[in-house]
Design a binder for this molecule. Structure first.
Ligand SMILES: NC(=O)C1=CN([C@@H]2O[C@H](COP(=O)(O)OP(=O)(O)OC[C@H]3O[C@@H](n4cnc5c(N)ncnc54)[C@H](OP(=O)(O)O)[C@@H]3O)[C@@H](O)[C@H]2O)C=CC1
Ligand SMILES: O=C1OC[C@@H](O)[C@H](O)[C@H]1O
Length: 392
């Protein structure tokens, strides 16, 4: 049997999600039926200190781990990018730093999987994509939800026309916290200097689901960028980022296609209310796709829904199909996006069809317009498209 191709990852930043991602990365790929590739963490960089990177390595590769490849700790992001052993870099800094760090990675010829949102605005997304093209280097927004098995199941139902033409999508991600109690003003979730706020941090998932169904899964000639028809944004009194955002989108029918209708989408995201306060089986769906012949419903937090139901209206109650997607203890599910990025890189692709550049760009354009309507801006140093050529 052929040996799996080993993908050598460099991890940039050592916070919460970097640790979670690295742990998922090291789960034996055969446990999910993957035999063509295997992931290895060969370098970790912290902007704070080399010791912080070393502590991270000691944690993820501590006793019980079988990785054969050595892993180096770096005290700067730049130093990691000089390491020839690194094939692909996972960027896990706050939003404010994605643009500069990714530009640097691409300049050094390193493939990049960057945490969501890819960048802070559409101009930055375009500049980054030009940089990837110039250096012929892979770039992907780490929208992990798109790569989960539940998304593939949903994709098949939509493409099979299981519920007819989908005319409305609604998605909610609301986390039910009192921001003043749980987020210090310096916390990345509410800090303007780190490009915090509900829209960029949470609303990106809602937009991703909406775009997946009403854009990505349509044939290329039928993809239309939606119009923002309305939005409401409540700004955090302490820091000025948004703590609640609602957006109404209109996807006009493509002019070249007869008998196709407009589709509407509604996204809601908020800190103070919960997507569902009901933790029983009766909880409301968090993503709802309404079609001409029925609906597809997702349950659980929209970044990782655990249940999918398909309800076909003309066949009565017996037509309900349900699929559950339990995630094993100790795993979040981020290895699926790593598999996707790794395979694209092995195949010499610059982008992934699952999360293509034009879609990351289109989603940034929507977020820009929503922010513009409510006058939410980030500091110039965060919104800039001027690449400094280095990262502090
Ligand atoms: N996919 C998912 O489910 C999730 C994704 N995310 C995304 O991951 C990214 C990081 O989030 P998260 O890990 O929660 O954030 P953390 O605050 O836990 O970690 C961010 C890390 O970035 C580095 N960093 C560099 N500059 C700064 C700075 N000025 N202020 C703070 N940290 C800095 C630090 O690492 P060091 O000191 O080592 O350089 C820090 O530990 C965001 O894009 C977020 O949207 C977050 C949570 C869940
Ligand atoms: O990406 C995310 O998903 C889960 C949320 O709790 C987190 O704040 C966010 O960054």
């Amino acid at each position: 049997m052929t040996q799996p191709r080993v993908i050598r990852w460099g991890i940039i930043a050592t916070g919460y999600i970097a640790r979670t991602f690295a742990k998922d990365l090291l789960v034996d790929p055969r446990t999910r039926g993957v035999v063509d590739i295997r992931h290895s963490v060969v370098a970790v960089a912290s902007s704070s200190s080399q010791q912080k990177a070393q502590d991270f390595i000691d944690d993820i590769l501590g006793p019980g781990h079988e990785q054969k490849e050595p892993c180096t700790a770096y005290g700067s992001y730049d130093a990691l990018l000089q390491d020839a052993a690194v094939d692909i870099v996972y960027v896990a800094t706050p939003h404010s730093h994605h643009f500069q760090v990714c530009m640097l990675c691409l300049q050094k010829g390193k493939a990049v999987l960057c945490e969501k949102p890819l960048v802070v605005n559409a101009a930055q997304a375009l500049a980054l994509q030009k940089q990837a093209l110039r250096h012929q280097t892979f770039l992907m927004e780490a929208l992990w939800t798109r790569c989960l098995p539940i998304s593939k199941t949903l994709r098949n139902y939509v493409l099979d026309g299981a519920v007819g033409e989908i005319l409305r999508v609604s998605a909610d991600l609301s986390i039910g916290v009192v921001p003043e109690d749980v987020f210090d003003p310096s916390h990345r979730m509410v800090n303007k200097d780190l490009a915090g706020g509900a829209l960029l941090d949470l609303g990106i998932y809602n937009l991703s689901w909406i775009f997946y169904v009403l854009y990505n899964l349509r044939p290329p000639g039928q993809r239309v960028i939606p119009r923002v028809m309305g939005s409401a944004m409540t700004l955090d009194a302490r820091t000025g980022v948004d703590e609640a955002t609602t957006v109404l989108l209109d996807f006009p029918p493509p002019t070249a296609v007869q008998d196709q209708h407009a589709a509407h989408a509604i996204m809601t995201t908020a800190f103070r209310v919960d997507s569902s306060v009901d933790s029983t089986d009766q909880a409301a769906p968090t993503v709802r796709l309404q079609g001409t012949r029925g609906e597809i419903l997702l349950y659980g937090p929209i970044y990782c829904p655990h249940r999918l139901r398909v309800v076909r209206k003309e066949q009565g109650p017996a037509s309900v199909e349900q699929h559950d997607f339990p995630i094993p203890d100790g795993i979040k599910g981020m290895m699926y996006e790593a598999d996707e990025a790794a395979r694209c890189w092995v195949d010499g692709k610059l982008e992934s069809d699952v999360m293509p550049w034009h879609e990351s760009l289109a989603i940034c354009q929507i977020m820009d317009e929503v922010r513009l309507r409510s006058n939410l801006t980030y500091p110039d140093s965060v919104e800039t498209t001027v690449y400094h050529g280095q990262v502090d």
